[in-house]
Design a protein around this ligand. Structure first.
Ligand SMILES: C[S@@+](CC[C@H](N)C(=O)[O-])C[C@H]1O[C@@H](n2cnc3c(N)ncnc32)[C@H](O)[C@@H]1O
Length: 267
């Protein structure tokens, strides 16, 4: 069987597969986010940028917030409206969006979605858009891979990662290879999907920006944000994972990065 390179993302195009591949039954990501918002006194109106299947947006809605979930994928938005109702779901591009001026108390951007801003221009456009969308003292809460993790470490690069899971009787297997593109400062991912239902293997390519903690701090400051937290955990995707009451650490050494920043109205 030959593999096909498709421009789409299998998981983004199949939200149910996405949730099966990345289960979060305890809603850890949503709970961690709500904890950050509460700890820093965010008002009720929240934009979940790159909301995906809507799980976290719906959790924040359940916590009493007025939530807008935004994503570029129509499939994700349709899934979110059906399976995680409560928030309003709209189509918007991370690389520049305008959902109104000063209409959100917080923007959240989870699971490395921010790193789909590959270029400096895209990062600038994202932060400018957040700034327009936020109230003068609005919060930005983001959680992502840590580019600095790859300085001097190759454990995630040396061997492909194989993961399999069963959904509706079909075993799906993904083999993921990561490479560093130092020129573009991107972590490039090639993922080959196979399933035991006789379908042809599918190869998909994607990339995340390798963003370094001090670079992020500088970008945020340049866009008028004061950094309140910047650390490698604990968070919803760290080992051990975050638990209620656990305070943020002070290092940015491990493979996840968590940031909370406040728009500085005097800027
Ligand atoms: C890794 S998923 C994370 C989804 C969700 N935040 C979560 O934590 O489960 C990344 C999401 O970003 C969306 N996305 C990718 N590029 C985007 C863009 N340029 N604008 C808006 N959303 C984008 C994808 O459709 C996908 O739903």
């Amino acid at each position: 069987m030959t593999s096909t390179t498709v421009p789409h993302n299998l998981l983004t195009d199949n939200p149910e597969l996405y949730e099966a591949r990345f289960p979060d039954p305890g809603r850890l990501a949503g709970r961690w986010t709500e904890d950050r918002l509460r700890r820093h006194g965010a008002g009720p109106r929240v934009l979940d940028m790159g909301c995906g299947t809507g799980r976290d947006a719906a959790h924040l809605h359940g916590a009493g917030r007025t939530v807008t979930g935004a994503d570029l994928s129509e499939a994700m938005l349709a899934h979110a409206r059906t399976h995680h109702p409560g928030p309003e779901y709209v189509r918007a591009d991370l690389h520049g969006f305008d959902l109104g001026r000063g209409v959100f108390d917080a923007v959240v951007c989870l699971d490395s979605t921010l790193l789909y801003c590959h270029t400096n221009d895209q990062l600038d456009a994202f932060l400018s858009s957040c700034r327009r969308a936020l109230t003068p003292d609005g919060l930005l809460v983001a959680e992502m891979r840590n580019g600095a993790y790859f300085l001097g470490r190759t454990d995630l690069l040396d061997t492909p990662t194989v993961h399999s899971f069963t959904r509706q009787g079909t075993v799906h297997r993904s083999t993921t290879t990561l490479t560093v593109d130092r020129t573009a400062q991107l972590l490039r991912r090639t993922r080959v999907w196979t399933a035991d239902d006789g379908s042809a293997p599918v190869e998909q390519r994607s990339a995340w920006r390798l963003l370094f903690p001090q670079e992020l701090r500088h970008l945020l400051a340049a866009h008028g944000f004061e950094v309140l937290e910047l650390h490698d955990g604990p968070g919803p995707r760290t080992e051990p994972p975050w638990q209620e009451g656990r305070l943020p650490g002070a290092t940015t050494d491990a493979d996840r990065l968590h940031v909370v920043a406040r728009l500085n109205s005097t800027h």
